[in-house]
Design a protein around this ligand. Structure first.
Ligand code: NAG
Ligand code: NAG
Length: 191
């Protein structure tokens, strides 16, 4: 009886395996406390995002509007792709450390509120080639704005953290808005 049950389970398991064409390899287990213990490394990155919306160096382009974007006070449904320069200092001409590449959209029907989902792609220094994935809601009218660090690659594998955002410049006669990003990244130190 038990033998039959075992054979049936084995048969079903083989059936499941052979139906799948993906290569799935179980790489073993790691203790959960490795992720939530004193083995977290902390990195602080203070940088500036330069968003140029028209003219020379334009790096933010509209992709789409919704059917109500033009009538909406919050421009709801507006969607753009950005490839902003990331600099060391607030001055747009200061050292470039990477790019902020991804989506920016108006996601609040009632009041200005934006959805952001992008990668900071580092192009210099010890993080050259690594990315940090950043996502969240940005409300320009709030004093304390915060985004999430939801992941990363290479030097930032398994990253998590948060970003505090402030607008440090941006006026109607300038095509570039500068945002200060204070990023805190937490990562398990894997041996
Ligand atoms: C960053 O990495 C790329 C690709 O490996 C390389 O071509 C480039 O010279 C590096 N840049 C810096 C500033 O190290
Ligand atoms: C607005 O931006 C322009 C162009 O960068 C700059 O010359 C001007 O001083 C800025 N005005 C304010 C009030 O910040």
């Amino acid at each position: 009886m038990e033998k039959h049950a075992f054979a049936l389970i084995l048969f079903l398991a083989i059936g499941l395996v052979t139906r799948s064409t993906a290569q799935i390899t179980n790489l073993g287990v790691i203790p959960v406390n490795l992720l939530f213990s004193e083995t977290l490394g902390v990195t602080q990155i203070d940088c500036y995002i330069q968003n140029t919306i028209y003219g020379q160096g334009e790096d933010s382009y509209e992709i789409a509007d919704s059917s109500i974007t033009t009538q909406s006070l919050s421009r709801f449904g507006y969607l753009a792709m950005i490839d902003d320069v990331v600099t060391e200092g607030p001055d747009p001409t200061s050292n470039v450390i990477g790019r902020a590449q991804g989506l920016f959209g108006s996601a609040d029907v009632n009041t200005p509120g934006f959805f952001l989902d992008f990668n900071i792609y580092f192009t210099s220094g010890s993080y050259n080639g690594s990315t940090l994935h950043i996502s969240g809601r940005d409300s320009p009218s709030m004093c304390n704005r915060e985004l999430s660090v939801t992941g990363g690659t290479q030097e930032f594998r398994l990253a998590m953290g948060f970003v505090t955002v402030s607008t440090i410049s941006g006026n109607s006669s300038s095509a570039t808005d500068t945002f200060q990003f204070n990023i805190r990244v937490f990562q398990p130190i894997l041996s």
